[in-house]
Design a protein around this ligand. Structure first.
Ligand SMILES: Cc1cc2nc3c(=O)[nH]c(=O)nc-3n(C[C@H](O)[C@H](O)[C@H](O)COP(=O)(O)O)c2cc1C
Length: 363
């Protein structure tokens, strides 16, 4: 019954019906621009205090000296935007960005310099281009200036991002308090209303072949650990028939156990020996930790779903009923086993992209 297991880490941040909410902050992206290095230092300090991905915006034209001739070029760029703020051509070109897909992020922190009491033109380009994708996300703003106050930058941010949820007041860091930024950022972060990660407690989904059924979960330490793991990505494992009443397979890692002598019913999902998940199409009496119950309508449907008596299947557990993209794959057992990009075991892999020992391989 030792079976290979793959853990498919994906980008699902599902927020369906939830019985409980895990109070950890959702995924955060810090987007910044820095010409003379102050915002860069602010971002370094910020990144030391929160878990976040960081993306730097760069102008396409790196030869510009914005401060030359009494900041004439910076002024010119801002005046062009002011004259036609709804025209994409008003904004200076920027390099392609490293994070193209904002969908995994619930929170975005924008860190920008102030130029002539406005938002630096380069950062304005990014916000103008990505305003739609950022809508409904929780957004916070840090502005760095020499001494000017930041009301104009806040106005620019509101104009450029009409659809976002502002997570709190903007933080102003200037030349005289730049060196005290660590404590300023720490205190400011505490005031923010950042989006929280929604964890689906109470439900998960089992996929076998082309069919997916929901599972109503019990509330115990095993299901808590399992749903937390599913928040990181789907879990796929191989399961086989045993005893004429169950499909059982190892998920490759241990969950907490609360074992008790149990007589199972068809549809029951239990944990056996801490790492084996058992899906019942019949009944057995043993010491298990209950995980939950598959929602099915008839014994025939359940037996067909579990492919009762038909041997090996790949079972995929997920927090969401929707299929999710796979970004990282890790095999729990270092076998020479190939999986398709959908997490299905490939018994005779030929040409194409497969997953072997946790790595994508091209055959
Ligand atoms: C084009 C330009 C215009 C600026 N205008 C102002 C200003 O009006 N008031 C101010 O206090 N600082 C102004 N500054 C200074 C920057 O806001 C300040 O140095 C900031 O910390 C720069 O951030 P960075 O080092 O990340 O580029 C300006 C800087 C530039 C390049």
């Amino acid at each position: 019954m030792t079976l290979a297991a793959v853990v498919l880490t994906c980008c699902s941040e599902d927020s369906e019906v939830s019985a409980q909410t895990v109070e950890s902050t959702g995924k955060t992206l810090v987007v910044y621009y820095s010409y003379t290095g102050n915002c860069e230092q602010i971002v370094e300090t910020l990144a030391g205090q929160i878990q976040a991905d960081v993306m730097r915006i760069e102008p396409a034209d790196k030869t510009q000296r914005y401060e030359a001739n009494n900041y004439a070029i910076g002024t010119e760029l801002l005046n062009t935007i002011k004259a036609a703020p709804n025209e994409a051509t008003s904004y200076p070109a920027i390099d392609p960005v490293s994070v193209e897909d904002l969908s995994p992020y619930q929170n975005i922190i924008v860190v920008t310099p102030l130029w002539w009491s406005q938002m630096a033109a380069i950062m304005q380009t990014y916000l103008f281009n990505h305003s739609t994708e950022m809508s409904e996300k929780h957004v916070a703003l840090i502005v760095s200036s020499h001494s000017s106050s930041i009301g104009g930058v806040v106005s620019d941010a509101k104009r450029l991002l009409p659809g976002v949820v502002w997570a709190g007041d903007a933080l102003w860091i200037n030349n005289s308090n730049h060196s005290a930024r660590a404590s300023m950022i720490e205190n400011w972060l505490k005031t923010l209303n950042l989006a929280k990660k929604q964890t689906i407690m109470g439900k998960m989904y089992i996929n076998i072949g082309s069919k997916t059924l929901p599972v109503v979960l019990d509330d115990n330490s095993a299901t808590e650990a399992l749903t937390a793991a599913l928040q990181e990505g789907d879990i796929a494992y191989e399961a086989n028939d045993y005893g004429g009443f169950e499909k059982v397979g190892s998920i490759g890692s241990m969950l907490p156990t609360e074992d008790a002598q149990t007589t199972t019913q068809p549809g029951d999902v239990v944990l056996y020996n801490g790492s084996q998940i058992v899906l019942f199409y019949g009944s057995n009496t043993w010491s298990y930790t209950r995980l939950g119950r598959i929602e099915y309508t008839s014994a025939e449907e359940l037996e067909a779903f579990l492919k009762a008596g038909q041997g090996n299947v790949v079972v995929r557990l997920s927090a969401s009923s929707a299929p999710t993209a796979i970004s990282v794959v890790r095999t729990a057992v270092g076998e020479d086993v190939y999986y398709t990009m959908n997490g299905q075991r490939a018994y005779a892999p030929r040409k194409g992209l497969f997953i072997k020992n946790g790595k994508k391989v091209v055959l």
